[in-house]
Ligand binder design. Structure first.
Ligand SMILES: Nc1ncnc2c1ncn2[C@@H]1O[C@H](COP(=O)(O)OP(=O)(O)O)[C@@H](O)[C@H]1O
Ligand SMILES: [Mg+2]
Length: 481
């Protein structure tokens, strides 16, 4: 049961969806009973309870999400990474979510920092820029200088954020429970499970100590690496609502002028990015979940800075090994084997349509391989394969889904950096090959598999490189323990 205030918010949310083009679905799930009479009459009057034109719905979904505030923007961002929960068209649309909101006042920033850090302002910083560098629905980031002269980025959470988010989470939980009970058609998409996962993520993300912990962990994993730059966390200045970290100086990936001025080799940086992401996921087992251009910094000497560790993925060793097997079979066109191993990591039940899924996988993989279309890359094929699961009631571990999405993001950042990716260039097959061979994170394995094949070094069914990589994973873990 929801309290009075929560009920008010429930109506507000449902009406936003009703007016935003989703009245038909509210009607189908019986949620239309919860909206006001005025809203119901208007919906009847305008025929909104009829099946809508599905093509434009993802766009309207994004618009509704944008106007519902921080919880929903966060939900949208997370959903955009989860093709196992929502259709791919929705994921693509949600990538465009605008998360730029007017900054909150500097007075509030000061108050939160002083309250949380327990010291007067002037004792902590020698400089603090009033104008934030970025201002989003959860937090804003200011550039500042510590007393010892170190430049830092200070991420400060919006005032009263937790209360608003907690209320929305209660409402969402009520809605999904209602939907799953009343509307059978939505059950394969497992709304309750989705809402639980989402709530966990969001609660973790609004405590900045978690982000700081992940950031430190990834930084530690890259100790000694000369190209990966992860901000150092100032732990004694970090709390639930304030995160103080090393300031990362560099260029935005879209800033052509800055990239040129800093003499950044874009092609090299693209390859570096792919390798670093792959190393995080496969060797370290913890990876940045959303390496889109806004969370990356192109630095001098072709170094790459990573920001925003709000969403991370973890791949246990066993999963990493299986993943490598799938990828290595894929690059060798051994689809039957790739499909077999893909199914091994899936969660299936008697309700799963395994045969249907298998043939879908076969068609995804073979059409990728036979395709001359530039956008058809192996990472996209892998991503589509995972995303397709839900339609056959075949489910994958959330971190694996995040991994497949991360590969696609990494590849699109690579494409952004390397002008050869221009689709209008005539030499399409050549570029396609370059992209597959040079840019794709998969090149990393592919090159080594080629070597292994040349030297005929096979143990059981594993190519040599895979064995080396697994050894590296194990060494890394031994070091950790
Ligand atoms: N350590 C840092 N050094 C330099 N700029 C930073 C740093 N951390 C964040 N920023 C800037 O603030 C922006 C928002 O930070 P981010 O952690 O991505 O927040 P959000 O979760 O709102 O996306 C980044 O895109 C970047 O421009
Ligand atoms: Mg960000």
């Amino acid at each position: 049961m929801l309290g009075w205030q929560d009920n008010k918010r429930l109506v507000e949310i449902l009406e936003a969806f009703a007016y935003g083009g989703f009245a038909y679905y509210l009607h189908k799930s019986s949620l239309s009973k919860c909206v006001s009479l005025k809203c119901r009459i208007r919906c009847w009057f305008y025929g909104c309870f009829c099946p809508p034109e599905e093509k434009s719905l993802p766009f309207y979904f994004r618009k509704v999400i944008e106007c519902l505030g921080p919880t929903f923007i966060k939900l949208g961002q997370i959903l955009s990474l989860r093709p196992d929960f929502i259709p791919v068209e929705y994921c693509d649309e949600l990538r465009k979510l605008q998360d730029k909101v007017p900054p909150f006042s500097f007075e509030d920033v000061k108050q939160i920092v002083e309250e949380d850090l327990g010291q007067p302002w002037s004792k902590l910083f020698s400089r603090f820029d009033e104008q934030p560098i970025a201002s989003a629905s959860i937090a804003q980031v200011h550039k500042a200088k510590l007393k010892d002269g170190t430049l830092v980025a200070v991420k400060v959470q919006r005032p009263q954020l937790v209360e608003r988010i907690e209320q929305d989470l209660r409402v969402i939980s009520w809605v999904v429970d209602f939907m799953e009970r009343k509307w059978e058609k939505c059950r394969p998409y497992r709304p309750i499970k989705l809402a639980e996962e989402f709530s966990d993520w969001t609660r973790r993300e609004i405590d900045f100590r978690n982000e700081a912990k992940y950031m430190s962990e990834v930084r530690e994993n890259f100790k000694g690496n000369r190209v990966a730059v992860i901000p150092r966390v100032f732990w004694d200045l970090t709390t639930r609502r304030v995160l103080v970290m090393q300031f990362i100086e560099g260029c935005n990936m879209y800033d052509e002028h800055c990239l040129a001025k800093s003499k950044i080799n874009r092609k090299k940086l693209a390859t570096t990015g792919a390798r670093l992401m792959f190393e995080q996921a496969i060797v370290h087992g913890i990876f940045h979940g959303d390496p889109h251009p806004g969370n990356l910094v192109a630095m001098r000497q072709n170094k790459l800075g990573f920001l925003d560790f709000g969403i991370i993925g973890r791949l246990p060793k066993d999963l990493r090994k299986r993943l490598l097997l799938i990828l290595s079979h894929l690059v060798r066109k051994e689809f039957d084997e790739a499909i077999k191993h893909t199914l091994e990591i899936a969660e299936t039940s008697t309700e799963s349509n395994i045969q249907g899924y298998k043939s879908k996988l076969y068609s995804i993989f073979s059409s990728w391989y036979g395709s001359t279309v530039l956008e058809a890359t192996m990472t996209k094929a892998f991503f589509n394969a995972i995303a397709e699961g839900v339609h056959h009631k075949v489910y994958f571990p959330p971190d694996l889904v995040l991994f497949s999405k991360m590969l696609v993001t990494t590849e699109s950042v690579g494409a952004l950096l390397n002008p050869d990716f221009d689709i209008s260039v005539h030499a399409r097959p050549f570029i396609e090959e370059t992209m597959r061979a040079e840019m794709s994170p998969i090149k990393f394995i592919k090159g080594f598999i080629k070597n292994a094949l040349e030297y005929g070094e096979f143990i059981e069914e594993l190519p040599m490189y895979i064995i080396k990589l697994i050894k590296k994973i194990e060494e890394h873990e031994r070091k950790d323990n």
